[in-house]
Ligand binder design. Structure first.
Ligand SMILES: C[S@@+](CC[C@H](N)C(=O)[O-])C[C@H]1O[C@@H](n2cnc3c(N)ncnc32)[C@H](O)[C@@H]1O
Length: 282
């Protein structure tokens, strides 16, 4: 049969739709509205490392071979993160959001797509330094239970400490970063006091509903993997989860612009994409 590269590409796209449908039906994880380019790149990469010839062969493995789905889940959920990642984001929170949180006797924070927890522990440090950690209830969620297990332990490799110390200082850190951890052989254990008000839980932004009513949501480097429809769904979910006047921090790589809720938020910091939910008058 005649087939050129365009035809092969089309067939691959059909196979990708089928494997995503199969994963959803069998495992309940819905990647059908993730960015096509991202999913394709990750699956083709897995095809090569598994020495398979087609996505259909991959589909057979994922549906029939115990444990293989977990590998695909890891492939599709990029878990890269770091302490005080993009330090200027934390500086923006310190300057523009923390002063408002300080006026509340009690407030809730939701880190959505928290991966192995570095972002959560970083913000816990900020809250502590600003003297409001004890007033906070912090929820941190991800749909991947393996990364949550790591996050709960609060242990990180020691070889990243130099980079994290630099990030901490650039983020407006007021003390010495070493005040917040204890080195133990080749790893670092975060101070127990940072964990006190943290709750790590499984939550899928695609299939689960409102998580809690919160004052601040931080969700960075997650929406980039979603298509427009899914981005709209998740922003709607965030809008419903925020109190009136609550804050949403997306970080410099994502934006509310072009989403259906763009007019329901005011911009607090345009560089770091920090927004405030407009007060809805009843
Ligand atoms: C690149 S990490 C970002 C971690 C952290 N927010 C940061 O910026 O450093 C993306 C995280 O989003 C999570 N994720 C992807 N899809 C998700 C979904 N549908 N629901 C919840 N978490 C999801 C992944 O498991 C991964 O841990």
């Amino acid at each position: 049969m005649y087939s050129d590269s365009k035809d092969i590409n089309r067939t691959t796209n059909i196979e990708i739709d089928l494997i995503l449908e199969g994963i959803f039906n069998k495992y309940g994880y819905d990647f059908r509205n993730y960015s096509k380019a991202h999913v394709k790149r990750r699956l083709l990469n897995r095809l090569t490392t598994s020495k398979l010839n087609s996505i259909s062969e991959l589909q057979h493995k994922v549906l029939h071979e115990p444990g293989f789905f977990e590998i695909i889940l890891r492939d599709l959920s990029i878990n890269v993160t770091e302490m005080f990642r993009d330090p200027s984001f934390y500086l923006a929170l310190r300057n523009e959001v923390i002063p408002i949180l300080k006026t509340y006797p009690f407030f809730k924070v939701w880190h959505a797509g928290c991966s192995t927890g570095e972002e959560v522990y970083s913000f816990a440090v900020v809250l502590k330094e600003e003297g409001i950690y004890d007033r906070a209830q912090i929820y941190a969620t991800d749909f991947n239970h393996d990364v949550l297990d790591i996050a709960k332990k609060g242990i990180f490799p020691i070889d990243r400490i130099k980079e994290y110390t630099y990030n901490y200082q650039a983020s407006g850190g007021k003390q010495s970063f070493s005040d917040y951890y204890m080195a133990n052989y080749d790893s670092v254990i975060y101070d127990q006091s940072l964990k006190k008000n943290l709750v790590f839980a499984e939550h899928n932004l695609v299939t689960d509903s409102v998580f809690a009513e919160v004052n601040l949501i931080i969700c960075r480097n997650v929406l980039i993997y979603f298509n427009k429809d899914l981005q709209n769904r998740v922003i709607d979910l965030f809008h419903d989860s925020l109190i009136n006047g609550g804050f949403l921090g997306l970080g410099s790589k994502e934006t509310l612009q072009f989403t259906t809720k763009a007019n329901s938020f005011e911009i607090i910091n345009n560089e770091e994409k920090v927004y405030k939910k407009k007060i809805i008058k009843k």
